[in-house]
Design a protein around this ligand. Structure first.
Ligand SMILES: Cc1ncc(COP(=O)(O)O)c(C=O)c1O
Length: 423
């Protein structure tokens, strides 16, 4: 192409570049590193769900292989509504209040595209899952970030800040949150359990968020993809939509991928009142229109949350708890300061006081990006530098994010390499 353009890329994407996941994965492959950067399991999902999808494909016979209904195959919508009701006590209509999307990523984008006008502000907690900023940019919206601070900064809690969060968890300043709301605010996006910090928002924190939404007439979008993956009985997952006055103004988003270790299926959904669902569908019908039909049939077996699904979740949570304890122990022994996650499957750990060759790594590397590149290339373990998930990157510079949703043998291999370099 000729002309005066310097780049073929539309301006709206110029701030985003290649995602850090792609970069770290390429680096991990080039150096044969154990990949604890990628946030997905290296094991497979439950057989009963795979069988259901295989039956729906109908190899050797007629299967469910044509376009699905735009907002989801009836069996899946019904299963999602039933599973949601069993967890929340909220009855949602499967056809008018549940929309099946291509993963939660599409649900996030469709929700934002469906409700945000150019110039509207959307409040996010930083660090954030990277698709939020890009989706807000696609809608022409403006992100307003409120910082989740590492627990080690707890002594910096300003006097006006009531600690509402869980013990030892990342925290935010309620005053900063209140200040982020204005007449331009259209929505707040809340991810709980939270990637990358592992924070599970407490009922008190969510109540505050709900009160602010009601006071300022703001909508809430919740990303609950890790809703089943929590490790601390004192910090259970709370659905924002269940709090007073919030059912009418919340779009609850989730997906199959994390709960059932089937991330490649990309089955997600949005739950909200018929009016909110119409907003999501307005975008969804032109983004993907519908999602892979046989995989929706497979997902329907899981999402109803019957006995086999509940067993599969319990086994996964038990395995993840072991991985979490093992990796936390190894990182701590190596000199990392581990921020124990209450949910999701990542550990954020401060690397600055780790020593290698007699030198403190905080004196050797200027930031988390340099540290994670070195860790991948020289130690042979890949992690994600979390500063890329912050509007104010200095908050993330001293940390690295390690995924523990891996087979024990993968974690052991990573442990051997870490111990060899740091103990
Ligand atoms: C917080 C969060 N939201 C959404 C997603 C994507 O979900 P899905 O694979 O269903 O699109 C991820 C995946 O890592 C995530 O961590």
């Amino acid at each position: 192409m000729s002309g005066s353009r310097t780049s073929l890329l539309a301006d709206r994407f110029s701030p985003f570049g290649t995602t850090i996941f792609t970069e770290m994965t390429q680096l991990a492959m080039a150096h044969g590193a154990v990949n604890l950067a990628q946030g997905f399991p290296d094991f497979d999902g439950p057989e009963f769900i795979k069988h259901a999808a295989a039956r729906a494909i109908g190899v050797g016979s007629h299967g469910q292989n044509q376009y699905a209904r735009m907002f989801g195959v009836p069996a899946l919508n019904a299963a999602i509504a039933q599973g949601f009701a069993s967890r929340t006590g909220l009855n949602v209509h499967p056809d008018s209040e549940v929309t099946v999307t291509s993963g939660c990523t599409e649900a996030i984008c469709a929700a934002i595209m469906g409700i945000v006008n150019p110039g509207d502000e959307v409040i996010l907690f930083e660090p954030y899952y990277d698709s939020y900023r890009a989706s807000i940019a696609m809608a022409g919206g403006v992100a307003r970030c409120v910082t989740l601070h590492a627990p080690s900064c707890a002594d910096q809690v300003p006097p006006r800040c009531t600690p509402l969060g869980g013990e030892g968890q990342f925290w935010f300043d309620p005053h900063e949150l209140a200040q982020a709301f204005s007449e331009r605010t259209r929505a707040i996006l809340v991810n709980t359990p939270h990637n990358p910090t592992g924070k599970v928002f407490t009922r008190e924190e969510l109540k505050l968020i709900g009160e602010l939404c009601i006071r300022h007439d703001v909508l809430a979008i919740t990303d609950e993809v890790y809703e089943h993956l929590t490790f601390d009985p004192d910090l259970p997952h709370v659905h924002l939509a269940t709090l007073p006055g919030m059912r009418e103004r919340t779009l609850t988003l989730s997906s199959l991928g994390k709960t059932f270790s089937l991330t490649g299926w990309k089955i997600g959904w949005a739950i909200g009142t018929p009016e909110l669902s119409r907003c999501v569908r307005a975008a969804h019908q032109f983004m993907t229109f519908a999602t892979a039909t046989p995989l929706q049939w497979g997902a329907a077996e899981a999402c109803v949350l019957g006995e086999p699904a509940r067993e599969a979740i319990a086994t996964l949570v038990a395995d993840l708890s072991r991985g979490r304890a093992f990796l936390s122990g190894v990182l701590t022994a190596c000199g990392f300061r581990v921020h124990a996650p209450a949910g999701a499957y990542f550990i954020m750990a401060d690397w600055t006081n780790v020593r290698s060759g007699g030198k403190r790594l905080g004196d050797r590397f200027s930031d988390d990006i340099a540290f994670c590149r070195w860790l991948t290339q020289e130690v042979g373990v890949a992690a994600i530098p979390p500063s890329v998930f912050y509007e104010h990157p200095h908050h993330g510079r001293s940390m690295a994010r390690f995924a523990f949703c891996k087979r024990m043998e993968t974690l052991e291999k990573a442990a051997d390499r870490l111990k060899k370099s740091f103990i």
